[in-house]
Design a protein around this ligand. Structure first.
Ligand SMILES: [Zn+2]
Length: 473
């Protein structure tokens, strides 16, 4: 039942300024993830903001910051007659620290509009996007009758990787039982400024190799040729992990990956990413990664092995002619379906084990290495050919006045696996409302007023398209 009556949503001037007032109030709470008091205030703000309209709302206290769950039964008369779909929205209300403060044109927690953009820490990531979905729900509740249940998860620790989200959600398992699909609005839209509908996100597993070969830094003349240089030795190890064409040479590294479906492949080709655009945007003259694969595949369907940093010795103004005693290398691996963080840990450990068996030289180096594994997210993905796809596509097209790009897999990682897990693997869609230059995590983070309002409209259309038996109240 398509609700033609919603074709042209127009917000009045008063309505718009009311929306912005609410957003500004929310933005003024400096809910930096590690500032537990401020995050608690933001949680309470959400609770008070929704208490009156929600059929259910609860602040779940965790070992870290609270998670809030809320529910609206949009029309109980309609849902009494038939089973109506349940949409679960997810957003996070914690924000990144605003430093360096001196680079902000206006203070990070005093929102200000300049040139059609709202400037404040957390406006794009993720308070503005979160509130757009909330305001969409409240609009529907007030203006029309719609056969749908809407639920919401408000996460207070996303910027730390949501370490307590899974426990919180699992403790309220019943709440998620009837969820049919999950909508996440986070991250920026496409670099081409088109809205997007994303069907998944790569996972991640990081690790560190700490190689200490001696008790101290020594003179590179006096002991050169005797004291082992840990930088050379770690390079020896790194060279065993990847070939010169960008292919990972670790046994089983690609074992659990599955080639993209036909639909995903076609969608990837349609994106038609131009090498020249990337070269210009990134200031690069050649590409990294697996040299003979299409760019779209490398951005979405392939795991990566990235050296994110190496620390050893001194250079430039602190340069010394010495042999450093240690080196630290940190690596992140982006994972694709159906790789899991646990499997990748095993694969990496096996690699070092195998090297040790291979030669005495490798064994000497590896015996002095401390290898530790840190942050991880599972990859998440949703098949592209479910019936929700066309409905969501329509909703975004109406909300943004432009057809969205369909992106099989976002390059970045989101801590969303627990949402899929607690809902028994329900399809999840990522629909960002922030424009591509939102500068999230950076100074002068911003969200365009226009995109914020389009986000609210999109949320309304999502509920309309997914819901049943819509009618004028
Ligand atoms: Zn973020």
């Amino acid at each position: 039942v398509s609700g033609v009556f919603l074709k042209k949503i127009k917000f009045s001037k008063e309505q718009k300024s009311e929306y912005l007032d609410d957003l500004f109030e929310f933005l003024r709470i400096p809910s930096i993830t590690r500032d537990t008091e401020a995050v608690k205030k933001a949680a309470e703000w959400i609770y008070e903001y929704l208490e009156e309209t929600a059929d259910n709302i609860e602040i779940i206290y965790t070992k870290g910051n609270p998670v809030i769950i809320a529910e609206w039964k949009l029309d109980t008369r309609l849902s009494a007659k038939t089973k109506v779909p349940t949409i679960l929205f997810y957003g996070h209300y914690d924000v990144q620290p605003p430093e360096p403060l001196e680079e902000w044109i206006s203070p990070s927690f005093e929102p200000e509009i300049r040139n059609g953009r709202i400037y404040a820490r957390g406006v794009g990531d993720n308070k503005g996007q979160l509130l757009a979905n909330v305001l969409g729900i409240l609009w529907v509740l007030r203006e029309v009758k719609m056969g749908a249940n809407v639920k919401f998860v408000f996460d207070g620790e996303e910027e730390l990787g949501s370490p307590n989200l899974e426990d919180a959600l699992t403790s309220r398992k019943e709440f998620f039982k009837d969820v049919d699909l999950i909508i996440v609005s986070d991250g920026p839209a496409d670099p081409t400024w088109k809205p997007v509908l994303e069907f998944g996100a790569r996972g991640i597993q990081t690790f560190q190799i700490h190689l200490q070969t001696a008790q101290g830094d020594v003179h590179s003349g006096n002991f050169g040729g005797i004291q082992p240089n840990p930088v050379w030795d770690v390079i020896t190890l790194l060279k065993t992990m990847r070939d010169d064409n960008g292919y990972v040479t670790i046994d089983n590294y690609y074992r659990d990956t599955t080639p993209p479906s036909k639909t995903a492949n076609e969608a990837a080709r349609k994106l038609d990413r131009k090498p020249e655009t990337y070269k210009e945007q990134l200031g690069i003259s050649y590409f990294g990664g697996e040299q003979d694969l299409p760019l779209e595949d490398r951005l979405m369907f392939r795991p990566t092995l990235n050296i994110r940093g190496i620390k050893a010795g001194e250079v430039q103004e602190n340069a010394k002619t010495m042999i450093p005693k240690e080196v630290i290398v940190e690596i992140d691996m982006r994972l694709v379906p159906h790789q899991t963080p646990q499997q990748m840990v095993e694969i990496i450990l096996n690699h070092f084990e195998k090297l040790k068996q291979q030669s005495e030289r490798y064994a000497q180096i590896i015996d002095r290495c401390k290898i530790t594994f840190d942050a991880s997210f599972h990859p998440v993905f949703t098949p592209m050919d479910l019936p929700w796809t066309s409905l969501l596509k329509e909703a975004i097209t109406e909300g943004f006045n432009e057809e969205p790009l369909l992106i099989p897999m976002a390059g970045g990682s989101l801590p969303l696996y627990s949402l899929q897990k607690v809902t028994n693997n329900k399809p999840m869609y990522i629909i960002p409302y922030a424009q591509p230059d939102e500068d999230n995590h950076a100074p002068n983070e911003n969200m365009m007023v226009d995109w914020f309002l389009k986000g609210i409209k999109t949320a309304i259309y999502i509920i309309e398209k997914i819901g049943t038996g819509s009618q004028k109240s």
